[in-house]
Write a new protein. Structure first.
Length: 553
């Protein structure tokens, strides 16, 4: 079996992980310093968000030199040391390939801007007239350049011009930089917005009814996408023992198989946005900033479709959190009275499914969302949306917008890692680049390690089960009692071996009758987030956010 099918990945957002030099910003040495902590948790792979030279308009997702570590994070030598130290502990390192766009300060773009006949002009998209495409970060996706009197395309900020993958030289540059890092020992890539690398080069306008600057199907899954990924696989990936996970907004279980189907020779898996969009109002004129309640049955159906759609044909990535998503206990659980129970419940549901689970830093101690004043947020997405939707176009009241920010804003996940209850949560001796979440006095690694009932030890158990039990890796997936509005239950079955996961998604007690072919007395408890498990015949009496893993073997 491929190693990444038995692996658990831990995402480090280096800026917020651990600062070792007192400048208030995390660094590579901080990651190296915490390797023993991660080894104790039991993870197999670290995915490092971008650490390359960058003006940091979008916290490193705007790269100006792909072969150099950003000096605030350290040096290339620090990175080589991290790779070596991680490998010494049997931990693999996956880097973030941000090649849909570069920084506008990358030499390629600096050249490209100079003149229409510059050899680098075709590294980017230049047009005389913009179409009506919107940027994911507000406003038009086109920026006018006075020097050459043309517009360039940027699906993200105007400091993130989109690279033109139609140009074979651009693709060769990307293959070369990937090889550069893989030859240094890097074990794979997370590929940023990979579903957008092929453009509809006729740039068709969207229907005006979707607003001034719509974002829709033309932003993703362009006509040459899979041709490029097969080339990448042929030229680079197939030459290394590596893992790949593509970030794929706009993916469905059907088109996921084009990226990661067993016979495709493209990527190992993708991150879908499908399940993480279920509490956003679709096609809202406020973009992602209009939220609604999650419907549990919709979530169950969604995950069920992905589990079954990819079973044996491809491979799922499993996640609830990352640096672009809020904290799951605050989003769909209870981040107060039942924080620990609900954090463990989400972990259980996710980690017992088929696929490769991803833990985002702090998720393993049940970190929660932050509630700041608008001026205290750093995220360019929040700042741009506030200016556009609240101040300029007055499409939403500030209070309503802030509610959405508290629920789904990206900085919820980006507050510094909470290592201890000491000053600045033990993250830095300086002034943190982003305000700490005041919860660090109670929620921190030191106290989690001292408490055998903490969220941390629950994750550790889940990881151990995945490593030891092939049923978790291989078994099929079947929803149990789909219509149940309070309980998320499913079975994993491999021949006559069966694992049952039963989770109360809410804070009211609920009785769950195990119907059909299941007989509770044939099962024993593998893991639970409560000390005692109450049953009566075939009925389980579930306490708030109780999650139980049962097995019959
Ligand atoms: C997705 C990344 O995860 C996000 O943080 C970034 O802003 C955009 N891609 C642009 O690179």
């Amino acid at each position: 079996m491929e190693w990444w099918k038995k692996s658990v990945v831990y995402q480090v957002y280096p800026r917020s992980f651990k600062d070792t030099d007192g400048d208030g910003i995390g660094d590579i040495k901080g990651v190296t310093e915490k390797l023993d902590y991660l080894k104790d948790l039991g993870i197999d792979v670290i995915w490092l968000s971008p650490v390359f030279e960058s003006p940091q308009d979008d916290n490193g997702y705007d790269i100006s030199d792909y072969r150099k570590i950003w000096s605030t994070f350290g040096t290339n030598e620090d990175m080589y040391e991290l790779i070596e130290e991680a490998h010494n502990r049997d931990i693999k390192i996956v880097m973030d390939l941000v090649a849909n766009h570069s920084s506008d300060e990358h030499d390629w773009f600096v050249e490209s801007k100079k003149s229409k006949d510059n050899p680098y002009r075709d590294y980017y998209f230049w047009r005389d007239e913009p179409n009506n495409w919107g940027s994911f970060f507000s406003g038009s996706a086109w920026e006018y350049d006075e020097n050459t009197e043309q517009y360039y395309l940027h699906l993200f900020t105007k400091k993130q011009p989109d690279l033109n993958w139609e140009n074979p030289k651009v693709r060769q540059e990307v293959w070369d930089l990937m090889k550069f890092w893989m030859d240094k020992g890097v074990d794979g890539w997370r590929l940023d917005v990979i579903s957008s690398i092929s453009k509809h080069t006729d740039f068709p306008d969207y229907d005006e009814k979707y607003g001034k600057y719509p974002i829709g199907d033309f932003h993703t899954n362009g006509p040459r996408l899979h041709e490029y990924l097969q080339e990448m696989n042929r030229e680079v990936l197939s030459k290394y023992d590596c893992m790949t996970v593509g970030e794929a907004p706009g993916s469905t279980p059907e088109n996921a198989l084009l990226f990661c189907g067993n016979d495709r020779n493209e990527l190992n898996m993708i991150f879908t946005f499908d399940h993480m969009s279920l509490d956003l109002v679709p096609n809202s004129h406020l973009g992602k900033w209009e939220v609604k309640d999650l419907d549990l049955i919709e979530l169950k159906d969604n995950l069920n479709t992905w589990q079954n759609g990819l079973h044996r044909k491809g491979w799922n990535s499993l996640y609830f959190e990352n640096h672009d998503q809020p904290r799951i206990v605050s989003r769909w659980g209870n981040d107060d009275k039942y924080r620990v129970e609900s954090a463990k419940m989400f972990a259980t549901i996710l980690h017992m499914m088929q696929g490769t689970p991803y833990i985002y830093q702090g998720e393993e101690i049940g970190m929660i969302n932050a509630k700041f004043e608008i001026e205290e947020y750093d995220d360019v997405e929040i700042r741009n949306a506030y200016k556009d939707l609240v101040l300029d176009r007055k499409m939403v009241e500030k209070d309503k917008f802030m509610e959405a920010v508290y629920r789904i804003g990206r900085d919820n996940a980006r507050t510094p890692m909470q290592w201890s209850s000491d000053d600045n949560a033990g993250f830095t001796t300086g002034k943190p680049w982003l305000k700490l979440n005041p919860s660090y006095k109670e929620i921190n690694v030191a106290s989690a390690l001292n408490d055998e009932n903490s969220v941390f030890y629950h994750y550790k158990e889940l990881i151990k089960i995945r490593h030891e039990d092939d049923v978790v890796t291989l078994a099929d997936f079947r929803l149990v009692d789909r219509e149940n509005k309070s309980v998320f239950a499913y079975e994993r079955r491999l021949d006559d071996k069966s694992i049952l996961v039963v989770a109360n998604f809410y804070e009211d007690d609920v009785d769950f009758e195990l119907a059909g072919e299941y007989r509770l007395d044939e099962y024993s408890v593998l893991l639970s987030n409560y000390k005692e498990f109450e049953k009566e015949g075939n009925k389980i009496k579930l306490k708030p956010f109780e999650a139980i893993v049962l097995k019959n073997y």
